[in-house]
Design a binder for this molecule. Structure first.
Ligand code: AMP
Ligand code: MG
Length: 354
């Protein structure tokens, strides 16, 4: 059992014009080996300096994170890449200049000096420059690269609001920088650049279509997360992003899904179950009917709306205590692929193709 014996400094920081003194304080804590949770444009991160092995180990302890799940190293400029990786390939530079700061994590062979806690013992390292003024300025002041996974307890949906971090990590880390809601709302795209053809290991804010703009059609290996026996990205094997209630994902034409779900819901309601529907409504993000809780991912054809609020809604469903969630998949194009991936993860692979 983890003891909660420390006082966490919780700071409301301006997301657009972060206050200097708070950034300085966060950088000081990090340089001294402490842990700071900070906002990025994807989700909140839980950071420790990569040169402090005790700090890095604490990330795993406070999150309850399995030791074989590597961290992402955060930089404030691509120019720091040479501190982290063995060599900087031309295509990494092209991507960095196009997509950084932004939600693209690149996997490259690591320098020997990078401690094993950062990479979970792998010979490769994950690296990115986040596009959030708080993260960027904090990293600039810290100077040392900061390794950070998402700032949630392992197994829980990633935090996209400061309040999510507070509910998971208050009393366990030195500081939480609360800048309200993050932007994209889903974790970064993870792109493996160690194979001849770049491979997407985890879909995210930089989409397949955007990467094909650089490498050409067919020049990038699309993410393969459904029904794989051995996951390519270590973190992908765990059932995370998950609400407490079991979730079943329905994929197919909307009208057919509606018909099937209305029958199922009727049965469940008769049986007195507290049901959650995770689907699409352009006007409202949440509403309640007797026994039924409707969580809306926004407009079905605008996956960025669903991405932004998916984890918030999964956490809300936990708070409400729904017993079963029926989720409707978005079209798997653009950012829709990443939303689909997180829903699939949340379902533990339970998908009904209609
Ligand atoms: P999180 O920031 O919590 O999403 O965790 C970082 C994720 O990045 C891990 O779970 C992996 O999926 C991915 N990752 C980090 N390092 C590597 C690596 N060396 N090779 C492949 N995937 C990685
Ligand atoms: Mg995570």
């Amino acid at each position: 059992m983890l003891k909660t014996e420390m006082i966490t400094e919780i700071i409301k920081i301006n997301p657009n014009a972060p206050e200097e003194q708070y950034l300085e304080k966060a950088a000081d804590i990090l340089r001294q080996g402490g842990l700071v949770a900070f906002p990025t444009e994807t989700v909140y991160g839980l950071g420790a300096c990569i040169n402090n092995r005790d700090g890095l180990k604490r990330i795993f302890t406070v999150k309850g994170r399995p030791g074989d799940n590597p961290l992402i190293t955060h930089l404030y400029t691509w120019e720091q890449l040479s501190e982290i990786v063995l060599e900087v390939p031309e295509r990494a530079l092209v991507l960095a200049k196009k997509f950084w700061p932004g939600p693209l994590t690149m996997i490259l062979p690591k320098k020997e000096t990078i401690p094993p806690e950062v990479t979970a013992g792998l010979p490769t390292v994950a690296v990115r420059v986040p596009a959030h003024p708080v993260a960027l300025e904090m990293l600039r002041k810290t100077k040392i690269p900061v390794a950070a996974p998402s700032a949630n307890l392992s197994g829980r949906p990633s935090p996209t609001r400061g309040s999510h971090v507070i509910s998971d990590l208050n009393g366990k880390i030195e500081m939480i920088l609360d800048a309200g809601a993050t932007g994209v709302g889903l974790e970064s795209t993870v792109l493996d650049l160690t194979s001849p053809r770049p491979r997407i290991l985890r879909p995210g804010g930089v989409t397949l279509e955007m990467l094909e703009g650089v490498f050409g059609k067919g020049g990038v290996e699309a993410p393969q997360f459904t029904n794989v026996k051995r996951p390519l990205a270590p973190g992908m094997k765990y059932r995370h992003y998950a609400p407490k209630a079991p979730l079943c994902l329905y994929s197919g034409p909307q009208e057919k899904i509606n018909r099937i779900l209305s029958e199922k819901v009727e049965e469940d309601l008769k049986a007195g179950k507290k049901i959650g529907i995770l689907a699409y409504d352009e006007d409202r993000s949440y509403y309640e009917l007797p026994g039924l809780h409707f969580f809306s991912l926004g407009t079905r054809s605008h996956p960025e709306e669903g991405a932004e609020r998916l984890f918030y809604l999964l956490r809300l469903s936990d708070e409400i205590g729904v017993e079963y969630i029926y989720a409707v998949a978005p079209p798997r194009i653009g950012l829709g692929e990443a939303v689909y991936n997180r829903l699939w993860k949340a379902s533990g692979g339970k998908v009904e193709e209609i």
